[in-house]
Design a protein around this ligand. Sequence first.
Ligand code: RIB
Ligand code: NA
Length: 309
Amino acid sequence: EGFDVVVVGSCMTDLVSQAPRLPKAGETIHGHKFFIGFGGKGANQCVQAARLGARTTMVCKVGKDFFGDNYIQNFKNNGVSTEFVGQTDKAATGAASIIVNDAGENAIVIVAGANMMLGDKELQGAGPAMGGAKVLICQLEISPETSLQALRMAQERQVKTIFNPAPAIADLDPDFYSRSDVFCCNESEAELLTGVAVSSVEDAGRVGAELLRRGCGSVIVTLGPQGCVVLSSQDPAPRHVATAPVTALDTTGAGDSFIGALAFYMARYPTMPLEEMASRANRVAAVSVQGVGTQTSYPYRKDLPQELF
Ligand code: RIB
Ligand code: NA
């Protein structure tokens, strides 16, 4: 049998400093804690889907270095297939320097490195596995051409696609919209793509409608503690999916937890309404914001209420 979820995307080593606030340009401040974690939006989404019970594979590239070797072991530890994880000696494993302030907000610089060397050759190699899969997810931490090609390959094979335009680029190729069965972004990404500020649920509905008009099957705009707004071509009226309030410790990677969970539900419960999937994915992501780090805070199926399954 095939994979539930294929992720074509990024791996990053997260170098995280916790500090009272984010430093200004030219400023040095004392932080209170440093740790190294496994991150990268693609890998984060894949690991969350795997922890909920999806059969997953990751199509990605890491460096032939210590961080790359470690990352491959991390996939194995999480039950993610590493058949399509390549290693290159031409670039270093991707790295993300992250600062998290006491409010749980973050600032991130990523150096994609080896992630940018994922291309056509690797996609062709993974083509047969893609064919038997249920859902494919892409983001924008690898070359956009590679992401777009992966989405095309998936749709040609009747595989449902989730596209997460993160980090957002202003001049996104319009084909990304038509190649997205589900286009899932946060408020700042939606703002960058549409030029419309998003500061309320109503605004999210408006930008969602604009993104839908560009050709996506469905659109989800995530709103952090406000949950998300869901729209689809069959049901274009924006629906607000609220989420229960929690105390956030570290919101880094919460969007990835949401998307990984969404992919799990799309693969395993294909007839479930998208709003219901989004509501459950909100609950999974809410667990992640209550723990420090990205993958370190992602729940396993056994830690979640059984009504989510
Ligand atoms: O979305 C969170 C992720 O973004 C982090 O893990 C970091 O690696 C950056 O890519
Ligand atoms: Na977290």
